[in-house]
Design a binder for this molecule. Structure first.
Ligand code: PSU
Ligand code: MN
Length: 305
């Protein structure tokens, strides 16, 4: 039963949860800030369909009019996609203000985990997570996503992290926070657009069944931390490393030259990389999200067995 006065669980999602059926959470910042319209809306709706095709119920998460929403309608997804960056990107620090003021917010990995956990959803699929930015030793720009993974028991299935981040420092931070980094079918951390990063993961797991078993062990022994599953982009949709590296280096240089900082950094870099690669990176981005949705749904199904 939902005892949280700020939370609205979509009826289909509430019924599934009450019946012990698999549900997969999805974030809304990837819709509003992660991809351009209309591909963002098309992708969000297709991702929901892939989750259904794999036996789970999708719950796209967002904040609408100050209400925490676990599960959106197609109309609400369209609204987030159209409004895009005009919607507040909502991290943990924004939740109380947005709710008290009755505002809208697009949920990042952090806030999607928080709201999923409030609703009782265990598995969440997305594209990439935030992490330790390059140059963080002076900017201290470290995504709240890493703190959340350390304190909220939700499994996040992603395609690794983009090399807009310092991947080595991101792994160090996750180790400190007690977050297991799992490679799905790989020993190497995937770098979002490419299957390889040069950094190893903590453990390789090859089946959704084992992912579910590990996460269940974490819950049953009362660990409060999340779990990060990194699922490499399918080979046929991966980008040439030289192309993506050049685009990322240029985007970071422009970001620094323009004095962009704080919560604007990641959306700026994502949009600039997509522009510089002429839409190729967007196509890869969409395919890897589909791939993550499938594994997340299969894992949620296993978890509920
Ligand atoms: N990385 C991506 N795509 C995204 C994001 C990150 O490849 O859409 C979004 C996610 O919502 C993530 C957020 O939680 O950016 C991290 O933002 P920040 O770096 O400001 O913490
Ligand atoms: Mn940041």
């Amino acid at each position: 039963m939902n005892m949280n006065k700020y939370l609205d669980i979509k009826p289909e999602v509430a019924e599934a949860l009450a019946a012990g059926k698999p549900v997969v959470a999805l974030e809304s910042t990837i819709i509003s800030h992660g991809m351009p319209y209309p591909q963002n809306v098309e992708t969000a709706l297709q991702v929901e369909q892939i989750i259904r095709d794999n036996g789970a119920v999708p719950a796209t998460i967002a904040i609408i009019g100050g209400r925490l929403k676990a599960g959106l309608t197609a109309e609400e997804i369209e609204y987030f996609g159209k409004k895009g960056q005009a919607i507040t990107k909502a991290s943990r620090r924004d939740l109380a203000v947005l709710c008290a003021r009755g505002m809208d917010g697009a949920t990042t990995v952090t806030t999607t985990m928080i709201i999923a956990h409030m609703a009782g959803i265990k598995v969440f699929a997305t594209g990439g997570i935030g992490g330790v930015h390059r140059g963080a030793e002076t900017t201290m720009d470290i995504s709240a996503d890493l703190e959340e993974l350390g304190q909220t028991p939700v499994m996040v299935v992603c395609a690794g992290a983009k090399s807009i981040l310092d991947l080595g420092l991101t792994l160090e931070y996750l180790e400190t926070k007690g977050v297991p980094v799992i490679g799905f079918g790989t020993e190497e951390l995937p770098a979002f657009y490419t299957r390889q990063s040069g950094f190893g993961v903590d453990y390789r797991v090859d089946t959704p069944e084992e992912l579910a078993k590990i996460f269940k062990a974490s819950h049953e022994m009362g660990l409060k931390s999340g779990m990060l599953v990194t699922n490499p982009i399918p080979e046929e949709f991966a980008m040439p490393k030289s192309v993506i590296d050049a685009a990322i280096d240029q985007a970071i240089a422009e970001c620094n030259a323009n004095g962009i900082h704080g919560k604007e950094t990641t959306p700026f870099l994502l949009a600039r990389v997509a522009e510089l690669t002429g839409g190729d990176s967007l196509a890869s981005n969409i395919r890897l999200v589909f791939n993550n949705a499938k594994i997340a749904a299969q894992t949620a199904v296993e978890y509920c067995k």
